[in-house]
Design a protein around this ligand. Structure first.
Ligand code: ATP
Ligand code: MG
Length: 511
């Protein structure tokens, strides 16, 4: 510490200041004379820049469009920030289009949002600048008119040190969140064939898919259900895997089992789970391979292509017959059309080849009541990756349906009796569901259901050979149309133990 004796006196400070000022003035007048004005200005600016305090905040400008296309970061930020509005916000925009399920909230001009993320604070501001441009439609330029346009952007400000975090995790997190929100809000579409375009072939028409079936409402073996859900999860996460191993990003499922066991309901549950649109390809309406090709190429990514009742919908010539036909055709008159017929090989080649490789995240589902009738070429791995056996209603399945339909607790006294009966009877979930809807009173419904099970047990094999109550009329007429024989069940005999039947149900799942 300086003692008062060591401290400079005021007079010496003053004289030092005077001499420094004199030297500065001398330096300045020398610089004025020696350095030309433009260089002097440049040096002064550089000096000012060097001594200016550094800003600790970085601001990113996220504009609505990149000039040609929309800016995905902007769209994602807009959606994401609508979930981050706070009581501090004073003005918000609200809207709903016919296609949206919920109200949409957006920030109004100048509104700010603070978003905490991984211990850092991110400050957002919505900017909306109005600009005037000459009207491009005013070609005569007589009245110089102008159009007002808005330039929208977001400003994202944060401490400079979080630059890496923003680019590596915060913005990717916002993009991912926005995608999830979009999927949630999206109304799924069901595309079906429109055959009225007789000259240009068949086309897709779409309607909203509002099928309420979900994995929660589906009565099926719990292990099989989990296996299907895990398979779907794995499939959608494996974009890089499919690329690395050089495979098209597609997956095929074969759903088989008696009518009314939930094959179509499972398709709807899969679509609702993945938020994928459905393309329902009714092969009976397609006459040529070329139409099939056109239709398949018009399907979208992230979609499920469904071919129901593959054994019944069309009499597909098998591969050997295709080969013979091709050989015969070579000898035929050149006037004959080469693509006059829809063939199984056309379908399979297209599914394996061009179609599967020109899109991403494709799922294809075939359903049948008679797996044994299918051409083995259709079933080989790579085509149908997972075979899912939808079977008769188990006690587990009944409990799920009862809790959905009747909302009864699972410890109701009649449940024990039902458990004893249902495992010995071939009753489809569709039949169970129908029974559970008969009465509004839960106890009366359960009593009626017990009676039905007892009756079925007494009647013995009525389900296998007799008229099938579960079989919907469309199924019976479909069979009549294509000449399929009536057949119920997949060989589960009444003498089987519960364990054997369960094992058989599970065998439906083969990878
Ligand atoms: N496993 C199930 N879980 C819940 N409900 C089911 C199930 N199976 C059938 N149902 C009910 O029965 C109705 C008919 O079932 P669905 O159309 O899914 O059967 P399917 O196996 O596709 O029959 P088909 O072979 O005749 O096409 C469904 O709308 C649903 O209400
Ligand atoms: Mg069906």
């Amino acid at each position: 510490m300086l003692s008062p004796r060591d401290m400079p006196s005021p007079s010496s400070i003053f004289s030092a200041y005077a001499s420094m000022t004199a030297s500065m003035m001398l330096l300045r007048s020398m610089a004025n004379e020696l350095i030309p004005q433009p260089i002097r200005g440049y040096l002064m600016n550089a000096f000012r820049y060097l001594i200016k305090p550094r800003s600790q905040t970085l601001t990113l400008i996220i504009e609505e469009s990149t000039g040609i296309a929309r800016n995905q970061v902007y769209d994602a930020a807009e959606a994401y920030l609508s979930t981050r509005v706070s009581p501090q916000n004073e003005r918000l925009k609200i809207s709903k289009s016919p296609k949206e399920k919920k109200l949409t909230i957006r920030l109004e001009k100048g509104e700010k949002v603070m978003d905490p993320f991984h211990g850092a604070s991110f400050h957002w501001r919505f900017i909306c600048a109005e600009s005037e441009k000459n009207n491009p439609n005013d070609h005569n330029n007589i009245n110089i008119s102008s159009v007002r346009s808005e330039k929208r952007s977001f400003e994202l400000s944060f401490p400079n040190k979080y630059k890496e975090m923003v680019l590596d995790s915060y913005l990717p997190f916002i993009l991912e969140k926005a995608k999830e929100m979009k999927d949630d809000e999206r109304v799924l579409k069901m595309h079906t064939l429109n055959t009225t375009y007789c000259y240009s072939g068949v086309k897709w028409d779409s309607i909203n898919l509002e099928h309420p079936s979900t994995f929660d409402t589906l009565a099926m073996d719990p292990e099989l259900k989990n296996a299907v859900m895990e398979d779907l999860d794995r499939f959608v996460k494996r974009r890089d895997f499919y690329k690395r191993v050089g495979r098209a990003w597609k997956r095929g499922y074969l759903l088989y089992g008696p009518p009314g066991t939930g094959k179509s309901s499972l398709i709807a549950a899969m679509a609702n789970y993945l938020k994928f649109d459905i393309f329902d390809l009714q092969l009976g309406n397609i006459v040529r391979d070329s139409d099939l090709r056109k239709l398949l190429l018009a399907t979208a990514n992230r979609s499920i292509l469904v071919i129901e009742d593959i054994d019944c919908s069309i009499d597909l010539p098998d591969r050997d017959r295709d080969r013979d036909r091709d050989r015969d055709r070579r000898h035929l008159d050149a006037r004959k059309q080469p693509d006059l017929q829809l063939t199984l090989s056309g379908l399979l080649n297209f599914i394996d080849g061009l179609w599967s490789s020109c899109g991403d995240e494709r799922i294809i589902i075939f359903t049948t009541n008679h797996k044994e009738r299918l051409d083995p070429a259709l079933l080989r791995p790579g085509r149908m990756d997972m075979h899912i056996h939808m079977s008769y209603c188990s006690y587990q399945g009944f409990k799920l349906l009862a809790s959905n339909y009747l909302q009864t607790p699972s410890d109701h006294p009649l449940f024990g009796e039902i458990e004893g009966l249902i495992e010995d009877i071939q009753i489809t979930p569709a039949q169970v569901a129908e029974e559970l809807m008969k009465d509004e009173d839960a106890v009366a419904t359960l009593e009626g259901f017990v009676k039905l099970l007892k009756r079925k047990k007494m009647e013995g094999d009525v389900c296998e050979n007799g008229p099938d109550k579960a079989e919907p009329p469309h199924q019976q007429s479909k069979r009549r149309k294509v000449g399929c024989k009536q057949k119920r069940g997949v060989g589960i005999s009444k003498t089987n133990t519960v364990t054997q039947r369960r094992t058989r149900r599970m065998r439906g799942c083969s990878f």
